[in-house]
Design a protein around this ligand. Structure first.
Ligand code: PEP
Ligand code: MN
Length: 293
């Protein structure tokens, strides 16, 4: 790795590859995030009903997802929008894990909820709006659960890595970075998917990188293409919104795939995942980059 990256990201030096640490693999139940297997996390934006969650969990598991996502505490831009089911949602997620065997990732939005959410979740999600909520980062880190840290919508890569460094400095090495798109002048998509950030993070950081094509795109028709690009850029997995009836979803329906859409997306990833498998072992990802041109 070039010395200039070390200088540029000096305040997040613990996140960068070094002789001491080239690759962090985050253990979650029987899974390894950042290891050889590409890990798909899928599920609804918000936990709504027992039926919605169970049907989605069972479907995405059969289609190859390894982790169930679902928000119980929702950070909504509008104060009048659905804010999540809270504890009842966490309990539903725990039942879905028991029934499906999938691990659970769910968001924590407040320092005071960290211990409660950590009781139920296998991975704590820190959302875009909270990437720089440093007291939340510290509390979440100290829960010792793995942390999925989403890039803030106006955060640079340096900002993201500085936030990840807060988690490391609070004694938690299990950080998973997530690119979910950033705000730019472009408004046709909900956010601008910064695929270069994925490639860059994979080159300079030892942490797993997960791509969220759903919040980047904002439109479900674009999600499969962004998912394929994520594999090609070297992501370790995906975070994708799926709902049995997206048009009736209580949040983010426009960007959620229905079950058939999820199956089609997963099938369309296969050739890219086959190239990725051939590249595994070459930690720079260079061969995959070459293979996809
Ligand atoms: C989500 O994952 O549903 C979410 C709120 O994401 P973000 O924080 O990236 O907007
Ligand atoms: Mn969402």
């Amino acid at each position: 790795m070039r010395e200039s990256w070390h200088e540029r990201f000096a305040e997040a030096s613990g996140c960068l590859k070094s002789d001491r640490c080239h690759k962090t693999v985050v253990p979650v139940l029987d899974l390894k995030i950042g290891g050889d297997e590409f890990i798909t996390m899928a599920g609804p934006c918000s936990v709504e009903t027992e039926f919605q969650l169970m049907a989605t969990a069972n479907h995405v598991r059969r289609a190859g997802a390894r982790i169930l996502r679902g928000g119980a505490f929702k950070p909504r831009s509008s104060p009048y929008a659905f804010q999540g089911l809270g504890l009842e949602g966490l309990k539903m997620l725990a039942r879905a894990r028991a029934e499906s065997g999938l691990a659970i990732v769910t968001e924590v939005i407040s320092e005071t909820d960290v211990s409660l959410v950590a009781e139920y979740a296998d991975i704590l999600q820190i959302g875009s709006r909270n990437m720089e909520n440093f007291s939340l980062l510290e509390a979440a880190a100290r829960s010792r659960r793995p942390i999925l840290l989403k890039r803030g919508m106006v955060a640079t890569v340096a900002d993201l890595l500085r936030s990840a460094q807060y988690i490391l400095d609070n004694g938690n090495p299990n950080v998973i970075l997530c690119e979910r798109g950033i705000r730019t002048f472009e408004t046709a998509t909900r956010n601008t998917f910064d695929v270069a950030a994925i490639a860059l993070l994979k080159q300079i950081s030892h942490m797993p990188v997960i791509a969220d094509p759903s919040h980047a795109a904002g439109h479900r028709e674009l999600v499969p293409a962004l998912a394929r690009i994520s594999v090609a850029a070297g992501a370790d997995g995906l975070l994708v919104e799926v709902h049995p009836h997206p048009d009736e979803a209580w949040s983010d329906g426009e960007q959620s795939l229905d079950f058939d859409g999820f199956d089609e997306m997963m099938a369309s990833l296969n050739p890219y995942l086959a190239l990725r498998e051939r590249a595994v072992g070459d930690s720079s990802g260079a061969r995959l980059m070459e293979a996809v041109g």
